[in-house]
Design a protein around this ligand. Structure first.
Ligand code: ZN
Length: 152
């Protein structure tokens, strides 16, 4: 394992142990649930949308280390961003996590930030659903959909 991979592991473990924004958001105006039947992860993402900006965010639920760490990193990254910026971050994250070994990651540090800690997940296809679950829930919440977001 390279030094960089070890560092990423540490970030994931740390976010799993002490997830950020892991709380009920009392004054949220959007929320959506995500369920990943392949792993059993169930995560609800709540946010406060003011105009085009996500001013606050929280998540709840249970899941594996990857799904929790990903949700935690997501809330940290997206909180305070506009919906447009959020979409750009999601696109970059999705590209990073679903790439195959033959494509070079066009790393955009400024967009991804700590989310790059999850880059290694792309080597484990079954784990990709865990890592993207909270993002699908976020997208559903932004669209104002009430039904449970699926990982498909
Ligand atoms: Zn999982």
């Amino acid at each position: 394992m390279s030094e960089l991979e070890e560092l990423y592991q540490e970030v994931i473990m740390e976010h799993n142990r002490r997830p950020r924004n892991f709380r009920e958001l009392k004054d949220s105006n959007r929320s959506a649930e995500g369920f990943n039947p392949f792993c059993g992860d169930a995560i609800t993402v709540s946010l406060k949308l003011e105009g085009e900006r996500i001013t606050d965010m929280g998540f709840q639920g249970s899941g594996c280390a990857i799904s929790r760490a990903s949700a935690s990193l997501m809330t940290e990254t997206v909180k305070g961003k506009s919906t447009e910026e959020t979409q750009r971050i999601f696109d970059a994250f999705h590209a990073m996590i679903t790439r195959d070994d033959t494509t070079e990651l066009e790393s955009d540090d400024e967009v991804l930030g700590d989310l790059e800690a999850l880059a290694g997940v792309s080597e484990f296809p079954t784990r990709v659903k865990c890592a993207t679950l909270s993002w699908h829930a976020l997208q559903a919440a932004l669209k104002g959909q009430e039904e449970t977001a699926k990982t498909e």
